[in-house]
Design a protein around this ligand. Structure first.
Ligand SMILES: *Cc1c(COP(=O)(O)O)cnc(C)c1O
Length: 419
């Protein structure tokens, strides 16, 4: 490996500094690994569950058991795990459309949701079939300047006509902390204390297996996530999951397929083995990715950059935000991450207008699964204050090497001076 001496030294120092934190993540992996194994054992997962089905997919035992395994792992009544979800956005959209009706109201209490959800929420009468086009009302309560729930404002905004409260666990493209399961539990108690019948929904993308418990174990009614992030373990080739209260999961299933059909059909074709094996690997892989984020934060902080979270902070998602001083630094960082890939290292990512995003975005994604962001990847919307968001790494080594390649690329371009 031909990193400069200063870069190698910076890496060693960061690892020594963060040693206890990295060990702590190994213990988290052990606990979550056993939780997953126990759920597989309870449902006697066997080779025939991986076979898959065709056509209608009736009596696909592998699909049914995977729903049960997910429900157990997430401490939920029911699960809906399907390759038919095309992305995290589609999964979340299905959960929302499945459970909300015209005249209902959804209020996000963690500020503006993730970019790709803006068009799902839409505008009243926008003609796109968005939530608001269907007459579902929408509101959101901004976070405080410290990135925490604004309790007073939430109390003021919610009414007896609010049907569902939305919470985004991960920071997404925001310079704010992600919400721990404990904090989400606090939000649930606050909301249900005011309105016991309120449905609490969590966008759990990037959160799975980053802690010992999941939001559905802290009172959340419905939750969704993507299989090309944490719970797919880097192996599932696509799909999404919804877990939560059985009646709500059934409504989501009616939306995914058709009323009356729900989750009882849906050919899994050849996808089951990957979803099972990915779930088995997910605690480990998620842990590798978190260790990579801790490392990145430790190194960049030593070099004088602002990072969020800081290396020693408690983590509840994969994302590591690093603030740069200009667009060219951002671009050099992202291009450097790409250079460490096993896949597509020969291509140079450039900013582009991605569907669903409001600013040009540059993405490093040398991944086996297209867009798979449990794999080492970095995204940066090209807008002030020039923050790059990196996440993932199927192995800790790869995440570490990616960070070092990014540093080297910045040094070579004269954008960073070491010593
Ligand atoms: C990734 C993500 C989504 C959307 O997932 P896609 O697969 O990109 O559609 C939604 N919310 C959060 C917090 C995410 O991280």
């Amino acid at each position: 490996m031909n990193f400069t001496e200063t870069i190698t030294k910076a890496a060693q120092q960061a690892e020594i500094k963060a040693e206890a934190k990295l060990k702590e993540i190994d213990r988290l992996i052990d606990e979550n690994q056993w939780k997953v194994i126990e759920a597989f054992q309870k449902h006697q997962v066997s080779d025939f569950h991986f076979a898959g089905s065709t056509g209608y997919g009736y009596n696909d035992r592998g699909r049914e058991v995977l729903d049960l395994v997910y429900a157990d792992i997430f401490g939920a009544e029911a699960g809906l795990v399907r390759p038919h979800f095309v992305s995290g956005t589609h999964t979340i959209s299905t959960a929302l459309f499945g459970c909300l009706r015209p005249g209902d109201e959804l209020v996000y209490i963690t500020g503006r949701p993730y970019d790709t959800l803006h068009k799902v929420i839409g505008k009243p009468a926008d003609g796109t079939g968005s939530l608001q086009d269907y007459g579902i009302h929408y509101g959101e309560v901004a976070l405080t300047s410290a990135g925490k729930p604004d309790w007073e404002a939430i109390k003021e905004r919610l009414t007896s006509r609010t049907t569902m409260v939305g919470i985004q666990r991960s920071r997404g493209y925001d310079w704010r902390p992600a919400f721990t399961v404990e904090e989400i539990g606090e939000m649930v108690r606050f909301v249900k204390n005011l309105y016991p019948g309120m449905i609490v929904f969590v966008d759990n993308c990037y959160g799975e297996f980053t802690e010992l418990l999941e939001p559905t174990q802290a009172g959340v009614d419905l939750m969704a996530g993507s299989l090309i992030k944490n719970p797919g373990g880097g192996v599932a080739s696509g799909g999404g999951y919804i877990v939560g209260r059985a009646d709500l999961v059934e409504k989501a299933a009616y939306r995914l397929t058709a009323p009356g059909i729900g989750g009882e059909v849906g050919a899994t074709l050849g996808t089951l083995r990957g979803m099972y094996q990915g779930l088995f690997l997910a605690p480990h892989t998620t842990g590798q990715a978190i260790k990579g984020s801790v490392f990145a934060s430790a190194v960049f902080e030593d070099l004088g950059f602002d990072t969020h979270p800081r290396w020693q902070d408690t983590r509840t998602d994969l994302i590591q935000a690093i603030r740069f001083t200009g667009a060219e630094h951002l671009i050099a960082f992202v291009q450097g991450i790409q250079k460490a890939s096993a896949v597509d290292a020969h291509v140079v990512p450039e900013p582009w207008d991605m569907p669903g995003y409001e600013h040009p975005v540059i993405m490093a994604a040398g991944t086996f699964i297209q867009g798979g962001s449990l794999e080492l990847s970095a995204d940066a919307p090209i807008r002030e204050p020039y923050i790059a968001y990196m996440q993932g790494g199927l192995t800790y080594s790869h995440a570490k090497l990616g960070v070092l390649c990014a540093l080297q690329n910045m040094v070579e371009k004269g954008l960073l001076q070491l010593d």
